[in-house]
Ligand binder design. Structure first.
Ligand code: AMP
Length: 423
């Protein structure tokens, strides 16, 4: 028996209402903030990630699905979407458009991580990127959009985590102070952190080992070592958030795992969905365009994990708007009636009414049992009497009431019934 590859999952019809709800909300919400939808290839040249995301990040170092195609090119399934969206912006010369250019995409993301609840090897992200404007108001707008995304779905008790990690001017000083602190505490930390100290000190703050926690807690704080312009940017962002009434927790340990972040970094967490409580992560990436060979171009954005969003919705018992039974199930008695029921089903579909046909020449009783389980509002029964008289028996599956309706009239009858129920 084949099984879905480890860390992947099938999303079956009963789970689709949550997904359709989320996707529908994304399409409604993003345009409210001026974001235009893009669709993108699911793989890119590997170099886009090694350069854009950074060689020594966990994602690039350990988690990418990289392969060589038949032409010998090294390609990688998207392990994140910000560098690819920036590639889109640069390739299509979007700098000539009014800035910032705001783009959103829902994409599958692939990471070879250790699977557990809320952590998969293929998962979906909503990515929202605002490219071409350095104003901290854009950071605030991006955070407001992120927050509204979850609140609009009815999620509560979320927490917004915020930090600033500075830029090329002040980051080196911060990292020097961080490494000096670690050197002074070298005996207290794990082997991996000893390596991180040299290879990627920003990742020191991510360490989950218990022995490293006191050292992390005593670390210098990036937000307290910002240069003048970064500090101003951060203060202005905080003023915007305060004015919007968006409460945040200043989290000095929040660094985000990818090299491209500058200044603002943020996450949104949900309680009670297990160890993987981050629903969304984002930040500013003013240096990314240059690393990818473009002109200096500021940008800010986020990625929300949709599987974790579904998990949080289910945990908080936030249900998609209920869909009431609709459409018709066509049941029949013999072969001639089956042919007639089939034609009638096609006529209903042509008129936009969902129609299901019983297959396999089952007994009428078995067909009616199926009709009851099908989610249809009505059963249309074609027996020999009905066929001869050009009628159909319409049975209301909620009440059991039956009425004869001329076949010619049945589309109009069902439509009237549906609009009467809706009003
Ligand atoms: P990141 O850029 O890694 O912080 O990812 C952004 C969001 O994507 C996270 O906040 C999660 O909601 C989601 N996410 C990241 N990795 C995974 C994973 N392995 N499985 C499911 N969702 C994930």
């Amino acid at each position: 028996m084949y099984k879905a590859p480890r860390g992947t999952q099938d999303i079956l019809p009963p789970d689709q209402p949550h997904w359709q709800w989320i996707r529908g909300w994304i399409q409604e919400l993003c345009p409210l903030y001026g974001y235009g939808r893009i669709d993108k290839p699911l793989f890119e040249p590997t170099e886009l990630f090694t350069r854009g995301v950074g060689e020594s990040t966990e994602v690039v170092e350990k988690q990418m699905y990289t392969f060589q195609d038949k032409g010998g090119s090294s390609l990688t399934l998207l392990p994140e979407a910000t560098a690819p969206v920036m590639r889109t912006y640069l390739e299509h010369g979007m700098h000539v458009l009014p800035q910032p250019v705001k783009l959103y995409a829902v994409l599958p993301i692939f990471r070879h991580d250790r699977p557990q609840a809320g952590r998969y090897r293929q998962f979906s992200q909503l990515n929202c990127e605002a490219i071409g404007e350095a104003d901290p108001a854009v950071d605030a707008e991006s955070i407001a959009l992120a927050w509204r995304f979850f609140h609009g779905l009815g999620l509560s008790q979320l927490s917004l985590q915020l930090n600033s990690i500075g830029d090329a001017t002040c980051r080196p000083g911060y990292l020097e102070a961080l490494v000096a602190h670690y050197r002074a505490n070298e005996d207290e930390i794990c082997d991996e952190c000893r390596e991180r100290m040299v290879k990627n000190p920003m990742r020191l703050l991510d360490c989950k080992r218990r022995r490293c926690q006191p050292v992390i807690d005593g670390s210098p704080k990036s937000a307290e070592l910002l240069c003048g312009p970064c500090d101003e940017h951060f203060q202005e962002l905080r003023r915007h958030l305060d004015r919007l009434g968006l409460n945040y927790h200043l989290n000095h340990r929040l660094a985000r795992g990818l090299d491209y972040y500058t200044r603002t970094v943020f996450e949104i967490w949900a309680p009670g969905i297990g160890a993987q409580s981050a629903l969304l992560g984002g930040g500013r990436y003013d240096g990314l365009a240059e690393v990818l060979g473009g002109q200096p171009t500021p940008g800010v954005g986020f990625a929300a994990g949709l599987e974790r969003t579904v998990l949080a919705l289910k945990t908080q018992e936030a249900e998609p708007p209920a869909s009431s039974p609709s459409g018709a199930y066509l049941a029949y008695l013999g072969d001639d009636e089956k042919a007639e029921a089939f034609s009638l089903a096609e006529r209903l579909r042509e008129a936009g009414i969902p129609a299901l046909l019983g297959f396999g020449n089952r007994s009428l009783k078995a067909q009616m049992r199926e009709a009851d389980r099908s989610g249809a509002a009505h059963a249309l029964i074609v027996g020999s009497r009905e066929r001869e008289s050009g009628m159909v028996t319409v049975r209301d599956l909620a009440t059991g009431a039956e009425v004869p309706v001329p076949q010619e009239e049945v589309v109009r009858w069902l439509r009237e019934r549906a609009s009467a129920l809706a009003s």
